[in-house]
Write a protein that binds this ligand. Structure first.
Ligand code: PEP
Length: 250
């Protein structure tokens, strides 16, 4: 039995004041517990303060990115050990916005995945195809390439403590969601790919769906057998909506 996980990717949104209100409302809303694990991923600059506000709470803290290096002359970068130092338990790697806008390739993403684990954090590895790739019938081969690159570098055993998020690029921030069947088909493919290397790890790893998840579509997506929760962007910035999505996962 896999405990569902609902993660909020705040992207480059927020301010100290808005974050404090959002975190306060989430803590209040989760006062009576939740059957899902909850993770919030604010921008780097806010992590320390939010980590302190979350002290003793069940909400976990994650980063949206991490350097592949632990320290050194890498201006503007933030390393996984630093993220751990300010209270993060997770870090997203390979988000499509990083892949597309910042040209991060599979090799770099694999190195980031390894660096995140080396620091004792759980990587949330994002994979997903573009609209063009889906329409060309290439969804499975794109996923094979993205996931295979990390499996080859990190080894399947590393997925014992990792999360994979399937995020079709055409569904991120577009209001267009994969249908539950489309999500299930790709999640089953991902689990099968991991199972071909280690069946036990495949069975226990949590696979999140991301791409315009809202309270209105979360229940049917999370009901699919291989969907173990969600990676939520826009809808995680509004406490009431995010809480309803968490309820749907439970
Ligand atoms: C995301 O940022 O990972 C995401 C899925 O965004 P949205 O929910 O806004 O589509």
């Amino acid at each position: 039995m896999r405990t569902p996980l609902v993660a909020g990717n705040w992207k480059m949104y927020g301010s100290r004041e808005r974050n404090a209100a959002l975190i306060r409302d989430l803590i209040l809303g989760l006062e009576n517990g939740a059957a899902a694990e909850v993770l919030v991923c604010p921008p780097f600059i806010f992590l320390h303060e939010i980590g302190r506000n979350l002290g003793g709470q069940k909400i976990r803290l994650g980063a949206q990115n991490a350097s592949a290096e632990d320290e050194g002359a890498f201006t503007g970068e933030v390393s996984a050990p630093m993220l751990r130092d300010v209270g993060c338990s997770h870090a997203i790697v390979g988000h499509s916005e990083r892949r597309i806008l910042f040209r991060e390739d599979d090799r770099l993403i694999a190195r980031k995945f390894v660096a995140v684990q080396r620091a004792g954090l759980t990587p949330v590895l994002c994979v997903g195809e573009s609209l063009e790739e889906r329409e060309a019938g290439r969804t499975a081969s794109v996923i094979d390439g993205q996931l295979g690159a990390v499996l080859d570098v990190a080894g399947v055993a590393a997925f014992h403590d990792a999360v994979v998020a399937y995020e079709p690029v055409w569904a991120i921030g577009t209001g267009r969601t994969a249908s539950p069947d489309q999500a299930q088909e790709t999640h089953a493919h991902i689990r099968g790919m991991i199972a071909s290397r280690d069946a036990k790890i495949a069975d226990s790893i949590r696979l999140l769906y991301g791409g315009s998840v809202k309270a209105a579509n979360a229940t049917e997506l999370f009901a699919m057998p291989d969907v173990d929760g969600g990676l939520v962007g826009g809808a995680s910035l509004e406490a009431g909506e995010f809480l309803r999505i968490i309820e749907a996962a439970a």
